[in-house]
Write a protein that binds this ligand. Structure first.
Ligand SMILES: Nc1nc2c(c(=O)[nH]1)N=C([C@H](O)[C@H](O)COP(=O)(O)OP(=O)(O)OP(=O)(O)O)CN2
Ligand SMILES: [Zn+2]
Length: 139
């Protein structure tokens, strides 16, 4: 009988950003985003958890070797976002305000590009701060 399991790996990345929407005026941006719209930006130590869901291979006892998941997360997350200015260095955020919601969606889409079997991707969780958490499941 096949058993299904969830496998999660966590990475921590440092990045800076500014919340600012090109679809809003400067005044509207200040009203909507408040201190997070400060022109010089601010930083976070983002904690990102990626969860896979699938069958445990009875021969290996693994859903996926964590070493593989680590490599996917390095390519999809760490190489593109760690120690970067999200708004400048990551093209996705040139036209998407760098909210934690968009960070989670970006990571989801990028993980799918790198994974050999993207159907295993179940959830991306982003802790922007200890208190602000976004969970995305591709819906
Ligand atoms: N829906 C969202 N709202 C906000 C986001 C977001 O990504 N999605 N992001 C921010 C800011 O980027 C901001 O950095 C949050 O910082 P802060 O308010 O300081 O964070 P905390 O809530 O953890 O700090 P407290 O000390 O608890 O106030 C704003 N909104
Ligand atoms: Zn922020």
């Amino acid at each position: 009988m096949a058993h299904k399991a969830y496998l999660t790996r966590r990475e921590v990345l440092a990045a800076c950003h500014r919340l600012h929407s090109p679809k809003l005026s400067n005044e509207e941006n200040r009203a909507v985003f408040g201190k997070c719209n400060h022109p010089n930006g601010h930083g976070h130590n983002y904690v990102v958890e990626v969860t896979l869901h699938g069958e445990v291979n009875p021969k290996t006892g693994m859903l996926m070797n964590v070493t593989c998941l680590k490599e996917y997360m390095k390519s999809a997350i760490m190489d593109t976002m760690d120690h970067k200015n999200l708004d400048i260095d990551v093209p996705y955020f040139h036209d998407h305000p760098s909210t934690a919601e968009h960070v989670a969606i970006y990571i989801w889409q990028n993980m799918k590009k790198y994974m050999d079997d993207p159907s295993l991707l179940y959830e991306v969780k982003v802790f922007e701060t200890e208190n602000n958490i976004v969970l995305y499941r591709g819906e």
